[in-house]
Design a protein around this ligand. Structure first.
Ligand SMILES: Nc1ncnc2c1ncn2[C@@H]1O[C@H](COP(=O)(O)OP(=O)(O)OP(=O)(O)O)[C@@H](O)[C@H]1O
Length: 629
């Protein structure tokens, strides 16, 4: 006999308007790489809905793509898929109006109430509903591409819905959209092996999850069998969502089990707040440690005063663009674009990407500039927000404000896509362990590597959530650094993690910027002791290694200095590096080292020079970062 669906009939939705003034934003109930989600009231009908405020400046797609995504969400009609009622642009944000899922994501529920994982009947119910959603989407020609616990949402009656079409693609699309379907996006630990092509640098060995038969004895045979079918590497032998639904495991799915796990959960916004506070506290203590480490390290530096002053410039900070981490990177490395991995399509050769590295950055800036000029509706008629709303969501223009330390990690960060803006930092304070996905163990050589390198965080279930744990980073020693170099793991795997790491810590960016300013001060002892000036606004999004406004090194210059050993013009701050290239020449003459090793040595010297500090641990972190480049 056919069992009734868990999804209950939804009341007819009112006619939603496209005017921001008709919506009152209430509590924040979630956030991801690009968006903040609020519970909200639609005033004309006095009903509760969710508003996803998508930061258009952070989304790496043009407005057409965003519009298409919104259209997909609107056209969806399935009880297990979150649909968008409507969407419109408010300042630099896209507001997506959708049903409010009062219990938040499965990830939230697990973090807050079920840290050891869910029971089999609950997993069964959730998976079954999710598979129905997927089967529907595939039938409609859509590919979700980011299915994970953070995107499986639960309503108060226990209804499960799949959300977040941020990186979805359509099988029927042509042109750019079709091209983007070949783009490598998503969350590594949740990806199918074939997506993790060797070309992308994301090898499925990092990805291999298996049962631990001792630990998972309590699971039924049918469950294990079903999971094993999903883990088959050959995609032609893996079942489709539709076929999987027919597996005996789902045939016996119990009813209403999802609701049973909601009984003791606090209201969603309290959960979100609690998690944020824990994350903030953890970040604060990590940063405090980093600060004291730094202060110990620069005690010997003559320019310390300038440094300390500039750390808190009170209004005009140095470049805090989230592109900073890419500034010195190989342009042929996988880019972290807004957190999701975005690899070139098959048509994009790595070398051409490499050549276009800095141009790409500029192009993105142009796109952003272009996006800024848009306002009005994404799908239908236009609506502008009242200024009153701006403070809630209009955070994008705050780049020139005082330096502030990030106090949030992505709500999805336990399973966040690589593009995630915030790394999960062990907010629950759970003791270290390798098993990080409920009852599945991660048998990844990369986890081992990360662990050995001090970069591993016990709660980071996905590579995308690789942690920013300042203490462990700073404590990594030269032995660990050697492992980075000698490891067979390609630099393209390490680079995104390291980029993510730097990207997430504005504090570290600040240190680098100001220490570089010190270098310039050291090189010009007679120069006037004017404090470093902020970068001019037009440089905020350029791929620049900031020193001072006039003596900034562009990425190209930096590379030439470090790799091609081009001598910078006299008076340029980069001239300080000339002696390093001379040193390298001498080393070469003596036949010591070559190739990559030689460059690494130059980097060592570069950092010794740059930081003027003898603190090995501190330097090792940064030299690790650059050596991996
Ligand atoms: N309709 C909703 N009702 C309640 N909470 C929601 C809703 N939509 C999203 N959320 C919460 O907000 C979080 C972030 O939403 P979403 O995943 O759509 O943002 P994102 O920026 O696209 O995230 P990601 O980092 O996965 O790309 C979700 O994990 C969930 O906790």
């Amino acid at each position: 006999m056919r069992r009734p669906s868990l999804a209950v009939a939804e009341p007819a939705a009112p006619e939603f308007t496209l005017s921001a003034g008709d919506y009152r934003l209430m509590e924040e109930v979630g956030f991801g790489a690009n968006a903040v989600v609020y519970r909200a009231i639609f005033l004309p009908a006095n009903c509760t809905i969710a508003v996803k405020c998508l930061d258009l400046d952070r989304v790496n797609s043009n407005l057409d793509d965003v519009r298409k995504e919104a259209q997909i969400m609107k056209s969806i009609d399935h009880p297990n898929v979150i649909k968008a009622y409507c969407s419109f642009v408010v300042d630099h944000n896209l507001w997506v109006i959708m049903p409010f899922m009062a219990e938040g994501s499965c990830l939230h529920l697990m973090k807050v109430a079920h840290p050891d994982g869910l029971e089999e009947p609950v997993i069964c119910s959730i998976l079954k509903e999710t598979l129905k959603a997927l089967a529907y989407l595939h039938g409609q020609g859509h590919i979700h591409r980011d299915v994970k616990a953070g995107n499986i949402l639960v309503d108060s009656p226990g209804v499960v819905k799949l959300g977040d079409f941020g990186v979805s693609a359509c099988l029927f699309d042509r042109g750019d959209r079709q091209r983007s379907r070949n783009t490598f996006v998503g969350t590594p630990c949740w990806m199918a092996p074939e997506v993790l092509q060797p070309r992308t640098g994301y090898n499925f060995k990092m990805h291999h999850q298996v049962f631990d038969y001792d630990r998972d004895r309590k699971f039924s045979k049918s469950f294990k069998e079903m999971v094993a079918m999903c883990l088959v590497k050959d995609q032609t032998k893996r079942p489709t969502a539709e076929k999987l639904l027919k597996h005996s495991f789902f045939k016996n799915a119990p009813q209403l089990t999802v609701k049973s796990i909601l009984t003791f959960a606090p209201p969603l916004w309290d959960r979100v707040k609690a998690l944020q506070q824990k994350d903030a506290a953890h970040l604060a203590s990590s940063e405090q440690e980093a600060l004291s480490m730094y202060q110990r390290g620069v005690r010997a530096s003559p320019a310390r005063r300038t440094c300390t002053t500039a750390v808190n410039p009170g209004g005009n900070g140095p470049e805090t663009s989230d592109e900073f981490a890419c500034d010195l990177g190989n342009a042929d490395s996988p880019r972290m674009v807004d957190g999701h991995i975005k690899q070139g399509t098959e048509n994009d050769s790595l070398s051409s990407t490499s050549k276009q590295g800095s141009e790409g950055g500029n192009r993105r800036s142009e796109v952003r500039q272009r996006q800024r000029t848009f306002s009005g509706p994404v799908m239908d008629a236009g609506a502008r927000s009242p200024n009153k709303q701006k403070s809630d969501t209009g955070r994008i223009d705050d780049l020139s404000g005082p330096l502030s330390l990030s106090t949030r990690a992505s709500a999805n960060s336990l399973s966040a896509p690589i593009r995630s803006s915030g790394g999960y930092v062990g907010s629950l304070g759970v003791k270290p362990r390798v098993e990080i996905k409920g009852r599945f163990s991660v048998t990844s050589e990369n986890v081992d590597l990360a662990k050995n390198s001090g970069l591993y965080n016990e709660r980071s279930a996905s590579v995308g959530a690789w942690p920013v744990k300042a203490k462990s980073i700073l404590q990594s020693n030269s032995h660990h650094r050697k492992e980075f170099r000698d490891s067979s793991v390609s630099a393209s795997i390490l680079i995104p993690h390291l980029e993510n790491l730097v990207q997430q810590t504005t504090f570290q960016q600040d240190i680098i910027t100001n220490l570089m300013s010190n270098l310039q001060q050291n090189e010009k002892p007679n120069a006037t002791e004017a404090p470093p000036q902020p970068l001019p606004p037009q440089r905020r999004h350029t791929r620049t290694l900031a020193l001072t406004p006039t003596l900034a090194l562009t990425e190209k210059e930096g590379k030439e200095l470090l790799v091609k050993k081009v001598v910078p013009p006299q008076g340029h701050a980069g001239a300080a590096l000339f002696s390093l290239t001379e040193t390298e020449k001498k080393r070469k003459k003596k036949g010591k080292g070559k190739g990559r090793e030689e460059i690494n040595k130059v980097h060592d010297l570069f950092f010794q020079k740059i930081f003027s500090v003898k603190n090995k641990k501190f330097m090792n972190f940064y030299s690790c970062f650059f050596a991996a480049k």
